[in-house]
Design a protein. Structure first.
Length: 76
């Protein structure tokens, strides 16, 4: 499944709670998936890094909408 979703060239990101962010080549969106693997937030963006804002909740129970900050070489 991962090979179908990921383009295998972009970095994916994992949080301490086992949630993760990846870019889905099928729909051109970044996804934040929870520890279970279920989608929680999405944003349409083709940048090399996930965007900070613009995320949409897939369910109102997942509010508030996150702000994403990616550490690159241990720097924001």
């Amino acid at each position: 499944m991962w090979n179908q979703l990921s383009d295998s060239t972009r970095t994916w990101y994992e949080a301490e709670n086992d949630s993760y962010i990846y870019w889905n080549k099928g729909d051109g969106k970044y996804w934040i998936d929870g520890p279970s693997g279920a989608g929680i937030y999405i944003v349409k963006d083709s940048s090399e890094l996930p965007p900070k804002t613009g995320w949409i909740s897939l369910d109102n129970s997942y509010d508030p909408i996150p702000t994403v900050e990616v550490l690159v070489n241990d720097e924001l």
